[in-house]
Design a protein around this ligand. Structure first.
Ligand SMILES: [Zn+2]
Ligand SMILES: [Zn+2]
Length: 126
């Protein structure tokens, strides 16, 4: 493990669902000399190694998190873009049993819930 790798893992761990800019800023607090490209490269390498999970809800930039391997879902606020973790739906994973998988062997279903976070849903309308 190189120092940028450790720093990136720590930055993502401390900032779940952070975008690249946030991660870059967090890494530079400990490693001021690290280049943007180095952080990009490390993010890709760690994602390929499945030490990081990359999510990209439509309309947003890519986010990273260290909570990997449990195929949890995300809820995204339509208003402010806040992202939170959501555990799998209780009971059978309904959408993994696609009604017509067309011969594909399915191993993952990506679910993103959209709505308003508590702050935004209680904000007075303009
Ligand atoms: Zn919100
Ligand atoms: Zn998550």
């Amino acid at each position: 493990m190189t120092r940028p790798r450790v720093a990136v893992l720590e930055a993502v761990h401390n900032n779940p669902h952070a975008d690249t800019e946030t991660i870059l800023g967090a890494v530079r607090t400990g490693l001021p000399e690290v280049s943007r490209q180095a952080v990009y490269d490390v993010l890709h390498a760690l994602t390929d190694a499945q030490l990081l999970r990359r999510i990209q809800p439509s309309g947003t930039v890519a986010r990273y998190e260290t909570r990997v391997g449990d195929n949890h879902h995300h809820v995204v606020c339509r208003s402010c873009g806040t992202i939170a973790d959501v555990d799998c739906a209780v009971g059978e994973a309904p959408c993994l049993a696609a009604s017509n998988p067309r011969g594909f062997r399915i191993d993952e279903a990506e679910v993103i819930y959209w709505g308003l976070c508590p702050e935004c849903s209680t904000a007075p309308s303009p």
